[in-house]
Design a protein around this ligand. Structure first.
Ligand code: ADP
Length: 275
């Protein structure tokens, strides 16, 4: 799904003394089927941008075009509902949202709520658990008997079960050890590559952007992007990234991730001590 933000601003608590402008005249495009990473410091508006994509919040001004859906200040809830069926959101610590008596009940909750064909999806649950590296035996078990890492994988498999056209991942690997972080993002990248869905990964880990992204969008402190492009290009703007506290200079870790992802980094400006 092609997504574009057209001159979008968003403010919280309008009219109160606490009014806060989170996004300021944002124009960005997220290409259909691309794996896009959205990076930026805390408070730079990343979560707000993601919530605008599925109409959880509506623009204060401007519009968001998601496929054939146009979202603006006056969009109605019933107009937004069919869009929500197409968008899967994995929030931070998704395991905190598990509540079903069994893993199966939990994984079917989202699809049921969205009015999807639950029986068809029920048959696919073992395969979906397999994708995230969990044995299908857990389907009849309480999710609360699983380890934290298994719970997170089950919660993510539950989002994949609804077969979204757009997958939004807000720091899905937060709190995992480096090996678990990498393994989980590898699974999500493979899912993207296999199903060709539009994937947006929100992260403040620049190595994730280097390793997984087709496109990177960098949010700055003023509620708008400061740069965007393919990773190899964005990482050339070392000074700009340093100014907003992101990656300075591109480290050996990032260089290796770019190389492993197949980018040509010959012209990347590297500080010698970073190598
Ligand atoms: P990020 O995801 O990059 O950390 P957010 O989109 O959460 O950024 O926040 C952008 C700005 O909006 C921040 O200044 C934040 O404090 C403010 N903000 C976010 N959510 C709310 C809210 N519910 N009420 C008031 N201000 C908020």
């Amino acid at each position: 799904m092609h997504i574009s933000f057209e001159n979008v601003s968003y403010s919280y608590m309008i009219g109160s003394p606490f009014e806060k402008r989170a996004l300021n005249h944002v124009d960005i495009t997220i290409e259909s089927k691309a794996f896009t990473t959205l990076v930026g410091s805390t408070g730079s508006g990343k979560s707000t941008l993601m919530q605008l994509i599925n109409g959880l919040v509506l623009p204060t001004s401007g519009q968001v075009q998601c496929g054939s859906f146009r979202l603006h200040r006056k969009s109605k809830r019933k107009e937004v509902k069919p869009l929500r069926q197409k968008i899967g959101m994995v929030f931070q610590y998704p395991e905190h949202q598990l509540f079903g008596a069994t893993v199966e009940e939990d994984m079917l909750f989202g699809p049921k709520h969205l009015g999807l064909d639950v029986e068809r999806i029920r048959k696919r649950l073992p395969e979906l658990l397999d994708v995230v590296g969990i044995n299908k035996e857990v389907l009849s078990v309480s999710p609360f008997n699983l380890s934290g890492g298994q719970m997170r994988r089950v919660a993510i498999a539950g989002v994949l079960a609804a077969d979204p056209e757009v997958l939004i991942l807000d720091e899905p690997a937060a709190g995992l050890d480096p090996a678990g972080h990498r393994a989980l993002l590898d699974v999500l990248k493979d899912w993207h590559d296999k199903h060709g869905l539009t994937t947006i990964l929100v992260t403040h880990d620049m190595e994730d952007a280097a390793r997984y992204a087709d496109e990177v969008i960098v949010m700055g402190p003023a509620g708008k992007p400061v740069t965007s492009g393919v990773p190899a290009q964005v990482f050339r703007e070392a000074d700009l990234l340093a100014d907003i506290g992101l990656a300075s200079p591109p480290s050996a870790r990032i260089t290796r991730a770019l190389q492993e992802a197949g980018w040509d980094i010959d012209n990347l400006l590297l500080e010698p001590e970073a190598l």
